[in-house]
Design a binder for this molecule. Structure first.
Ligand code: GLN
Length: 289
């Protein structure tokens, strides 16, 4: 890049670089990346084609494009992303929240609102909270709920706490370092989790954007991808209040195996939902005793 460049020229150049490197969504990624770097909306990236791009902006863009060409996801480069109306900071210790996980939030939300209507409050546990995405989205939507976000990673808990501040719900959000239920004694109205669920032998075959940038501990679900569900199913009942519910995200082929694990521990399947790609993605259980 040399001379006085316009945004239009930088957009064309960036899109071509990503496209030539085989990125299928080069156009939209260019809009998100440049918009994020320059503080513009994705629409403004196009409507402000004549805007001059300064030397320092060009250096920043070149660095970001180089990172993308190494398959670092766009939102990791920008350091944050939108999830269910929240702005969430990402860190190397946190899974990047996916739109599919919003379905878990939307599945649990009406139940949370019903419990709050009945009891005046509700307590949520988000196991393996990561960025805090699920718990914080529920807190934002339901002002009388409180949540505990647990994670095995202290770095993730720092990010989750920062995200709670950023989104104005810190007074109702606590964090705790815990391997699943190991450091949890309390009971909750609703337990949610998007645990690691990729079978160990599949992790290495994932796209580099996921495999090389999402933390392995947030992806690797052990044998069959079911290790976390086993820990959750075996212990959830003793951490639920009366009429309590457990909502989990699952891998596309895990509906039957995860349902069996929970049924084996006395739960029954209340709801199941698919993701935007038509795959099984969310299961909601209640304790049947
Ligand atoms: N949904 C993520 C993926 O497909 C996996 C997240 C998880 O294991 N919980 O990469």
């Amino acid at each position: 890049m040399s001379g006085a460049l316009t945004l239009g020229a930088v957009v064309a150049e960036t899109r071509a670089a990503l496209h030539d490197a085989g990125f299928a969504d080069a156009a939209i990624e260019t809009r998100i990346l440049l918009g994020g770097l320059l503080g513009l909306s994705t629409t403004e990236v196009f409507t402000q084609a004549d805007r001059p791009v300064t030397e320092s902006e060009r250096a920043k863009i070149a660095d970001a494009v180089a990172r993308r060409l190494r398959h670092e996801p766009v939102h990791r480069i920008l350091g944050h992303r939108e999830f269910h109306g929240l702005d969430l900071t990402l860190s190397p210790d946190t899974l990047e929240p996916r739109p599919d996980t919003e379905i878990l939030v939307d599945t649990v939300l009406p139940h949370l609102q019903r419990i709050v209507a009945e009891k005046g409050s509700a307590r949520i546990l988000d196991l393996g909270t990561g960025t805090g995405a699920i718990a914080l989205a529920l807190l934002k939507e339901c002002p009388k709920a409180q949540a505990l976000g647990s994670d095995i990673s202290p770095g993730a808990l720092k990010t989750a706490a920062a995200n709670a501040h950023l989104n104005g719900v810190a007074d109702r959000f606590d964090t705790r370092e815990s391997a699943w239920f190991a450091a949890i004694e309390e009971r909750f109205d609703i337990i949610v989790s998007n645990p690691p669920y990729i079978p160990t032998e599949v992790v290495d075959a994932l796209a580099p954007d996921v495999r090389d940038y999402d933390p392995r501990a947030a992806l690797d679900g052990g044998e069959g991808g079911l290790v976390a569900y086993r820990a959750i199913a075996e212990n959830a009942a003793q951490h639920l209040l009366a009429e309590g519910l457990v909502g989990v995200e699952i891998g596309y082929d895990q509906r039957q195996s995860v349902t069996q694990l929970f049924e084996h521990s006395g739960f029954s399947l209340l709801e199941q939902h698919r993701d935007y790609g038509g795959n099984d993605r969310v299961l909601l259980f209640r304790f049947a005793g």
